[in-house]
Design a protein around this ligand. Structure first.
Ligand code: COA
Length: 148
């Protein structure tokens, strides 16, 4: 199994995946990720080159935080530590680059997973109105991992 940074040609891979939670503007999002966020986005493949998993993340303009857009491991490859390895690859990039925080939005069912990887629910960098909107209207939670 090999993990490498996202490449522009992975656009076609991303486009084929079933990303149910993502909005419809896929082309612009995937192009943006493949062109601008390759250093902090990763693809895992098996030795034959078959897709195993992907982590898409975006580094903020100020540089000190990364938003984890999506983490997906192919169903047949789950439970083998691959999700953890993709998250570790992101941290290996982030720490020496001076990134202080990785944060994400997720549904309640995934909170335990991220907590097991060191993420904690927090809204300290959002307003109370946003916290209420995310929790109550959108039914999503905000988690973050501090890298300091
Ligand atoms: C969540 C996901 C990325 C985990 O990938 P993975 O490679 O199986 O994860 P790891 O091997 O690193 O960790 C597996 C462990 O996490 C646990 N786990 C997996 N999904 C979980 C969840 N939703 N909640 C709590 N624990 C979870 C497994 O039970 C396993 O526990 P164990 O180590 O005690 O056996 C994968 O299940 C997936 O792609 N799910 C669909 C997409 C998704 O929900 N993405 C995250 C939101 S963006």
């Amino acid at each position: 199994m090999k993990i490498r940074n996202l490449k522009v040609e992975d656009f076609f891979l991303l486009n084929e995946l079933d990303w149910a939670p993502l909005p419809t503007e896929r082309d612009s999002i995937y192009l943006l990720m493949a062109l601008e966020q390759a250093p902090c986005s990763f693809v895992a493949r098996d030795d034959d080159g078959a897709f195993l998993g992907v982590l898409l993340a975006s580094r903020g303009a100020a540089g000190y935080s990364i938003y984890l857009n999506h983490l997906l491991v192919r169903e047949s490859a789950r439970g083998l530590g691959l999700g953890g390895k993709l998250l570790a690859a992101l941290e290996d990039y982030a720490r020496p680059a001076g990134v202080k925080r990785i944060w994400l939005l997720c549904e309640s069912e995934t909170v335990d997973y991220y907590q097991s990887k060191g993420y904690r629910e927090t809204y300290e960098f959002l307003s109370p109105a946003l916290e209420q909107y995310l929790n109550d209207t959108k039914q999503v939670r905000t988690l973050a991992k501090c890298l300091e």
